[in-house]
Design a protein around this ligand. Structure first.
Ligand code: GLA
Length: 655
């Protein structure tokens, strides 16, 4: 294949994936630029107010649409009085159920004042959430509201027998943002003073012309932009464009950036790839519930997305189910595991429990200060999988202090497991003592050298903070700084569902009729830390790399060096697990737009090539893997032992 074909084919793929379609204010020419062309600067957009994963409370998991003001304020008071607010839980978010109707013909949204009495107005069309928001602000809390990106809401699309639904004519029941973005956001943020908005997506999938309620004339039809189990039928670019319109309106309304924008389209529409550009958090999966298996599904949907999250922009595996079902006060070990997993993945910590009823034991889980500190660590590095099996996982997260990591050792299975944690998994020196702190018990355990072993009951986990001597003494592996990597082009040509995500029984209609939940969430093939895109170990001609970045060919990664390093090194090549073996790949390293180093065009059979570049003073490094030849299958590339160091590092350059 010639390079002209390659360029246009990758642009077409980008367009199909909705990656280029909505660069705000961008010209068509700019949008059609070669996605592998170095940008010369860090291109991630910064907006909103989420330097750390948002923390707070939301009404949905506790009450569904049966929310009311007393319930909301009751939980808010517990958050203040129990000290949870001072641990970081700030947002009190109203979910589905608050709305009565959209007044006609002016289109102003009307609050269901019967359940939110403070919103009452003598003129029933002029209800206002302002008094409630003021009250929350007076409690030093922040307030969140909920809407939908389409015309109608999830509770209308998937009503439960007791759902509180909007009332009135078809137009009065169109409570979603579609066609009202400016009007509604101005009402919610300017007039009512909200700080946070969650924008759901049911208006784009539950009101297709063939839906019984639509055929019966209850709702206006809306084409099924989202087809949850079919990424190829989902209209990715249109969905991204709708959410981008909301982002831009929020930026206009709140130029100081005092808003949080939560995208809730359940991991569909390849949101993995664009959520970071559009929202402050984006759901990575369908709804959580109180079942262990469902929690695994939500967890798995973020666990391999470590390169897509960072300060300002977070993967969201959904709100917490601590206190419900398999995570209730009778199952505290499982509750701690769920909470620890969310913390190590930098998930937003949004409580979903009626706190008025919560026993102290559950408040202690939600309020574990040293576990919360891991979630809120300022470096914002999501945890990276260090050991993986279907039964046991070890996840390691680099903390802001260079010699500290958080670790979760997690027994997913049904048997007790002896789990050995090694210095190598932590990327710590094997011959230096490693101090260990148990973050639940808030107690130091004895230090170890080399390795240490724990016994874990089924569904139990350990959450530790370890302090040791970094393996790379004068620098850092790129896979230890995922928050500072931005995936500018992922190289994916055809979106594929991720087969690694746990598929619990009781999804869909809640029964085991039919064929079961099959892989549905796109993302298979995205770049990874310490793994190939398809979850293999990184390996070049038989040489295994415990540290490195795995990607597809025709990818471009931006690395935020911020002038802190002197040298970039990596051993690169076409990975042993590559599906395509006939093409060649050139590895290019740019610093602030200047070519600093490149490999020859490497074939599958070539040994690893040592790349080194002087990056003194460089703010943004770009790593580009450019493919030559006619590819018939995905080409996997490995940036083995990729590292940034102060000086030449032996560890990074010798096998
Ligand atoms: C969707 C969302 C949930 C909740 C409900 C409300 O299912 O994913 O978090 O907001 O809608 O109806």
């Amino acid at each position: 294949m010639n390079s002209g074909w390659r360029l246009s084919s990758s642009v077409l793929v980008m367009l199909a994936a909705g990656l280029l379609a909505v660069a705000p204010g961008g010209t068509r020419a700019a949008q059609l630029r070669d996605p592998l062309q170095p940008a010369g600067h860090w291109t991630e957009r910064n907006f909103g107010d989420a330097p750390r994963p948002p923390m707070g409370w939301n009404s949905w998991n506790a009450f569904h649409t049966r929310i009311d003001e007393a319930k909301l304020l009751g939980s808010a008071r517990v958050i203040v009085e129990s000290g949870l607010r001072d641990l970081g839980y700030r947002y009190i978010n109203i979910d589905d159920g608050w709305w009565l109707s959209r007044h006609q013909p002016d289109g102003r949204m009307v609050v269901r004042a019967g359940i939110f009495p403070s919103a009452f107005n003598r003129d029933p069309d002029r209800t206002s959430f302002r008094p409630l928001v003021d009250q929350l602000h007076a409690m030093h809390l922040k307030a969140g509201i909920y809407t939908d990106i389409g015309r109608n809401s999830c509770s209308q699309g998937y009503p439960q027998p007791d759902s509180l639904l909007p009332i009135g004519t078809i137009a009065e029941r169109e409570v979603g943002l579609y066609g009202h973005v400016h009007q509604d956001l101005a009402l919610y943020f300017d007039e009512w003073g909200f700080d946070y908005i969650k924008v759901d997506g049911c208006g784009l999938n539950a009101f297709a012309p063939d839906r019984p309620a639509v055929e019966a004339g209850q709702f206006r039809a809306f084409p099924a932009y989202v087809v949850p189990d079919s990424i190829n039928q989902t209209r990715v670019a249109k969905i991204r464009a709708l959410y981008t319109e909301v982002r831009d309106e929020l930026i206009r309304l709140r130029p100081a950036g005092n808003f949080v924008f939560s995208i809730c389209n359940w991991g569909t529409a390849n949101v993995r790839a664009w959520g970071r550009d559009v929202g402050n958090l984006w759901r990575t999966s369908d709804d959580i519930d109180g079942h262990w298996a469902r929690m695994l599904y939500n967890f798995d949907s973020v666990a391999t997305r470590e390169l897509y999250s960072g300060p300002g922009h977070w993967n969201d595996p959904d709100m917490l189910e601590v206190g419900h079902g398999d995570f209730d006060a009778h199952h505290l070990a499982a509750a701690r595991t769920h909470f620890a997993l969310w913390a190590i993945e930098d998930a937003p910590l949004i409580i979903g429990l009626d706190l008025r009823q919560a026993p102290q034991s559950l408040l202690d889980v939600l309020g574990a200060p040293e576990v919360i500190a891991v979630d809120q660590d300022p470096a914002g590095n999501q945890g990276v999988i260090a050991y993986d099996s279907d039964d046991l996982e070890i996840i390691v997260k680099q903390l802001a202090k260079r010699d500290q990591k958080a670790v979760v050792i997690f027994n997913r299975g049904t048997e007790p497991v002896k789990a050995t944690l090694t210095a190598a998994q932590l990327k710590f020196a094997v011959d230096a003592p490693i101090a260990v702190r148990d973050l639940w018990r808030r107690r130091d355990l004895g230090p170890f050298v080399g390795e240490t072993t724990f016994s874990l009951a089924p569904r139990a986990s350990m959450m530790l903070r370890v302090t040791g001597r970094p393996e790379l003494r004068d620098g850092v592996y790129l896979s230890e700084m995922p928050a500072r990597i931005y995936v500018a082009a992922d190289g994916i040509r055809a979106l594929q569902a991720d087969p690694q995500i746990h598929r619990p029984v009781y999804m869909g209609d809640g029964t085991t009729r039919g064929a079961g939940p099959r892989p549905a969430l796109a993302g298979w093939g995205g770049p990874r830390a310490d793994s190939t895109p398809y979850d293999n170990v990184l390996r070049l001609r038989g040489e295994t790399f415990r540290s490195g970045i795995g990607a597809l060919a025709n990818s471009r990664l931006e690395v935020r060096a911020l002038g802190e390093f002197a040298r970039f090194t990596a051993r690169v090549g076409v990975d042993d697990s590559s599906l395509e073996r006939a093409t060649r790949v050139r590895f290019e390293v740019y610093g602030d737009g200047r070519l600093l180093a490149q490999s020859p065009k490497l074939a599958f059979t070539d040994p690893p090539y040592a790349l080194a570049a002087d990056v003194k003073g460089v703010d943004t490094i770009e790593l580009i893997a450019r493919e030559f030849g006619d590819a018939h299958a995905p080409t996997l590339v490995t940036w083995g032992a990729a590292a940034l160091t102060q000086a030449v590092s032996r560890a990074a350059e010798t096998p």
